[in-house]
Design a binder for this molecule. Sequence first.
Ligand code: GDP
Length: 301
Amino acid sequence: MISILSGGTGTPKLLQGMVRVANPEDITVIVNTIENDYFSGVYVAPDVDTVIYTLAGIINEDTWYGVKDDSFVTHERLKEIGCPETLRIGDRDRALKIQKTILMENKSLSQAIDIQRKELGIKSTVIPMSDQESHITINTHEGEMEFHEFLVEHQGKPEVLDINYQKVDPAIGVIESIENSDIVVIGPSNPITSIEPIISAKDVRKALKNAYVVAVSPIIGNQPVSGPAAKFMEARGYEVSSLGVAGIYQDFLDRFIIDVLDVDYQEEIEKLISDVMLTQTIMRNVNDKINLARCILGENV
Ligand code: GDP
């Protein structure tokens, strides 16, 4: 059994390698839900949707959200009639979001995801970190903002002072999955807004301390491969480097995989985590993804 903690860009790339290296049925993906919200009347679970679209082979790999080759008829029409959307939701993507919203009228998010992933032919299990509602705000020099307001409307530009969200209870299956896994993988995801919300769900950190946990750094040199992780790490007082990420995960991490380019950080990181491994962690193509998955699983496959 393999549990993988995921956000919505870096870890989904890794999942494409994981399902080729391990038996997909042995994989459970535990996905961040802190950014979930309603947009244009539909429930949007950005990271969950990216994970299930990735595993179903329909993800738009240019943006790591939405369905590939989608049309935007409804999105454009909404703009014309004076209802512009914060998120650019494609038509096929919207259909799946509407389906999830309808399912959630009498089912939990976990149940709705399970129905959708089976319909999409996904063999791995996908669990949201929580079935509880969550709310994340970004405190900036320009005031307090909703997450998507900061990221989409303000394009992640304002200076970040702090990130706030409430801790939630884990969904059924989260703790069990971690406890029953031979290896728990923390993919290269945003440590502050994707991974930390999962880790701070009740009892997750305790379960991780008892598990064999391997993480991949999302930071190479002094910047993330993509996205706003640097601003969020700085706001929390962490150095933007694999050493800074090691500081966030050190109390439960057994092995830390950093990029070959970060060899200069190795010695300092080994003071926090004894088992540090160097490999190429940038995933440009499917071979990179397979190689990284092999490196993570090692003899645990
Ligand atoms: P979000 O939910 O869209 O923020 O996505 P994630 O949290 O899953 O991933 C964002 C993080 O993935 C960023 O901090 C990136 O630096 C990292 N990332 C994206 N692609 C890669 C990659 O190919 N290799 C590594 N090491 N990190 C990556």
